[in-house]
Ligand binder design. Structure first.
Ligand code: ADP
Ligand code: MG
Length: 816
């Protein structure tokens, strides 16, 4: 332990530097050492099993009587440590215990891949579950929720606590049971969908969630940053079919780049030229597409253009069984349950000539970020948090604490090899893989898309190398494949994060082959692209060198990679490098440095984008809270009876005497819930429309955020009024037949069916309209301060150029 700490102090200089810059990262573990010493002082080794159980029972009782958890920490942690050793054969190392303390204190523990985060989380989970109010542990996918709950389960049950796990497709009663457990493992997505479903419930007996208490988020950066803005959506069936965008897709296909429309450098936005605009106006027979009354049409035209020219089949989405399936830009994986915002989804379906998905209306939605903020206490763990520390602090008030590895990491991270052309890059990749494969060294290749994985597999096949490919269809199967990626001679190709959470053991499943692989230098991780986010690159590297294993990592990139192209790196290279088709990598010191600079600038921009989007969402989130709280109150305690009595006493008393007090109260409750839900859904639709169109209002120089807030605010006041009005109207218009009122027949009930999905709105989506007038320019400039001038110029062009574009209107749906 002391040695590790010494190793760690090297980083202290960095710590000072971060402190100066105000970045909330802790390197210094001495505050935790004191507690650690207390834990180590609790000697439970000689206690019998039943004595351990008795201690647990006492701790539970103390916690429920109000003894503070901080007070119980040392004993509880020592107890878990001893129990874990006995039940599952893993006794937490000091560093895992330290991570547990960090998490109990509501911070984020950064621990390398393979250091045993799953076990570390059990310590704070047990402690926080003592009160009986429930602890949720959010995992990266369903498979991991299942795995972790059954892997760690024996520890909890031994100590008298219950454990549950949520899986997609589980029934209502199974979910309720799992959430009633002391510790519940699930994905954030499932927990969020359940939250949304709960808020459409008509009987409080049917709620599956309890009040939120505490959450521990695994792979926290992925969820808290990369996926944070993704809205979870619940929709319900309605009878109205979607408008047919088929002919707009036809029109879009007839347009020509450079004549009718232009795209910006990053291919994220598309603009109609005046000639394109005229053409469309003529075909559609409308005089001025930018007139206010054509706002809806303009939005649809922009969506059609976006779908046709900016979203590419097999890169951004795949078509499978007559359906669009979105490819996550981060992971390169096909993601289930994900949609683009309705209009864009329909436009892509039209482009691919698919049958449009059945229309429904959105009944509720919440972003993962806001959902996670509903937990009074949040903490997490991940291997890559440092570069996101600022953002974690700002949005979640989470501090990052860096936990040193149990054994020092000896992985060699080689500098990138940069080639001029993609073709030469691929050739070099094949050479490199062949070279090491002949020696039987295991290789893991991380690609950026399903398509790239497939191309590479083909090329390797031609070179006579057998490889396994993960394309994100089955998490459990992938976990099995990735677990074998460390076996001698294994070549595994996977998109960025496939198989995340699974350990790669050297030698694969056969321990005796470990030595052989160690001699060859351990697992060799090769990245075929640098990612927009440094964290994702680090995740990939972290696949090798777990728990002090040998290993190496290297990225192969080319100036033709989309990330590099987008930021015009080629332009700064001396002329002689630009055209040559060379086989050797570029040997120019500027290149590697610029790539890192570029990456940092993009990260800065993306942070700005998330901040801006957050500004849009907070107000609606506040509104949602007000409505939901009122709804839950009504659901559990009944409405504020007296409203109908006061508004329409005559009919009220008539019905009351006819139907009885209970029935009339029940009717009032049902109508109230029904109208709250309906009016809220309408409000959401309206807000979405306003948001989509708001940048058009900003052309006049007004701040779009302010405009948006103004409209949303006014509409919300109207909403409150409207709910009251519609309740009254419904009550007055209820037909009475044979002295009965049949609410069901009148359609006053919850939606006949609901379904849930995610809207893809990932962080690369620039809501350009929303960003106009925001201060993104300023940060980009600041970020560029340590980058070369060309990047600065590029950015200024990117962000200001579009205002001056020929038509004056950026397309509405940037890349999501
Ligand atoms: P992470 O989530 O940090 O990447 P995992 O929780 O998947 O790591 O654990 C990685 C490996 O380390 C697993 O094979 C696990 O069995 C092992 N491990 C974890 N904690 C311990 C421990 N205290 N003693 C021995 N092995 C451990
Ligand atoms: Mg893990």
């Amino acid at each position: 332990m002391r040695e590790i700490m010494k190793h760690h102090t090297k980083k202290k200089v960095l710590h000072q530097w971060n402190k100066l810059r105000g970045i909330p990262i802790e390197w210094n573990l001495s505050p935790y050492q004191k507690i650690l010493a207390q834990i180590n002082a609790c000697d439970l080794e000689n206690a019998t099993d039943s004595e351990l159980k008795q201690i647990s029972a006492r701790l539970i009782e103390q916690a429920r009587q109000g003894v503070s958890l901080a007070h119980l920490l040392a004993e509880a942690f020592a107890l878990v440590r001893e129990t874990a050793g006995r039940t599952i054969g893993l006794r937490p190392f000091d560093m895992q215990v330290a991570a547990g303390i960090v998490m109990h204190q509501g911070k984020l523990a950064e621990m390398n891949t393979g250091e045993g985060k799953t076990l570390a989380a059990v310590l704070p989970a047990y402690l926080n579950a003592l009160t009986g109010k429930g602890v949720h542990i959010h995992t990266f996918n369903d498979y991991l929720a299942r795995r972790d709950a059954s892997w760690m389960g024996p520890v909890y049950t031994f100590l008298g606590l219950s454990v549950g796990c949520i899986q997609e497709g589980m029934s209502h009663s199974e979910r309720k049971k799992a959430y009633a457990a002391d510790i519940t493992y699930s994905t954030a997505k499932e927990a969020g969908f359940d939250y949304l479903r709960d808020h459409l419930c008509y009987d409080h007996e049917n709620l599956v969630h309890r009040d939120f208490n505490c959450v521990i988020v695994d792979e926290a950066d992925s969820l808290l940053i990369d996926e944070a803005r993704i809205p979870l959506v619940i929709a319900g069936s309605t009878d109205q079919p979607e408008a047919e965008p088929g002919n707009l897709a036809q029109i879009a296909k007839s347009l020509k780049e450079g004549i009718d429309f232009e795209t910006d450098e990053g291919k994220r936005n598309i603009y109609l030229t005046p000639s394109g605009l005229k053409k469309i106006e003529k075909i559609l027979g409308c005089k001025n597409l930018h007139a206010l009354e054509n706002l809806d049409l303009l939005t649809k035209v922009n969506q059609a253009l976006h779908a046709e020219f900016l979203l590419h089949r097999n890169i951004d989405y795949v078509v499978r069984k007559g359906k669009i399936e979105i490819v996550d830009e981060f992971t390169g994986r096909v993601v289930k349950d994900r949609h683009w915002p309705d209009g864009l989804q329909a436009a892509v379906e039209a482009k691919e000539k698919l049958r449009l998905g059945s229309g429904g209306s959105i009944l509720g939605s919440i972003t993962l970020q806001h959902f996670l903020q509903l937990y009074p206490k949040i903490s997490g763990m991940t291997a890559t948090a440092q570069s996101a520390a600022n953002e974690l602090h700002r949005f979640y008030n989470l501090k990052v604490v860096v936990i040193p590895p149990h054994r020092p990491c000896i992985r060699s991270d080689f500098p990138d090899l940069v080639f001029t052309h993609k073709e030469t890059k691929v050739k070099a990749l094949i050479r490199e893989i062949t070279h090491w494969n002949e020696k039987q060294r295991p290789i893991l290749v991380g690609t950026s898309s399903v398509e790239e994985s497939e191309e590479l597999t083909l090329a390797l096949k031609e070179a006579g190398i057998f490889c396994r490919v993960l394309n994100a269809k089955n998490d459990e199967l992938e976990a099995k494949i990735i677990a074998r990626a460390g076996a001698p001679g294994a070549v595994t190709i996977s998109t960025n994060m496939a198989g995340r959470g699974t350990d790669i053991k050297l030698g694969g499943e056969r321990e005796q082959e470990r030595d052989e692989v160690v001699k060859l230098g351990g697992l060799y991780v090769i990245g075929t692209n640098r990612h927009e986010s440094l964290r994702i690159d680090q995740q990939l590297r972290g696949r090798a060198g777990r728990q002090g294993d040998p290993g190496s990592s290297r990225f192969f990139i080319s100036l033709e990679d989309s990330l590099i192209e987008r930021y015009g790196l080629r332009k700064i290279l001396p002329r002689k490098y630009r055209k040559l088709e060379q086989d050797a990598p570029l040997d120019h010191p500027l290149v590697n440095r610029q790539i890192s600079h570029g990456q940092r600038i993009i990260e800065g921009q993306n942070f700005e984008i998330r901040k801006t989007l957050w500004k849009y969402s907070v107000l609606v989130e506040k509104q949602r809270k007000i409505i939901q709280e009122r709804r839950q109150e009504i659901l559990c305690d009944g409405p504020d009876f007296g409203f109908l009595e006061e508004k329409t006493p005559e009919r009220f008393y008539d019905l009351e005497s006819l139907l009885g007090k209970d029935r009339i109260q029940n009717i009032e409750k049902t109508i109230t819930l029904f109208q709250i839900d309906r009016c809220w859904a309408e409000h959401l639709a309206l807000i979405a429309e306003v948001r989509e169109g708001i940048h058009l209002a900003s052309v006049g120089g007004k701040s779009p955020v302010q405009e948006f807030h103004k409209i949303a605010d006014t509409e919300f006041h109207r909403l409150e009024q409207k709910i009251g009005d519609t309740i009254l109207q419904t009550f007055l218009s209820l037909p009475l037949s044979e002295k009965r009122i049949d609410l069901d027949r009148e359609g006053i009930r919850g939606p006949s069916s609901t379904w849930t999905y995610l809207i893809t709105d990932n962080q690369f989506g620039l809501w350009v309209g929303l960003l106009q007038g925001s201060n993104i320019g300023a940060t980009a400039v600041a970020a560029a301060a340590y980058g070369p001038l060309f990047l600065l110029l590029g950015l200024v062009q990117r962000f200001s150029g579009k205002k001056k574009d020929s038509s004056g209107y950026p397309a509405q749906q940037p890349r999501r």
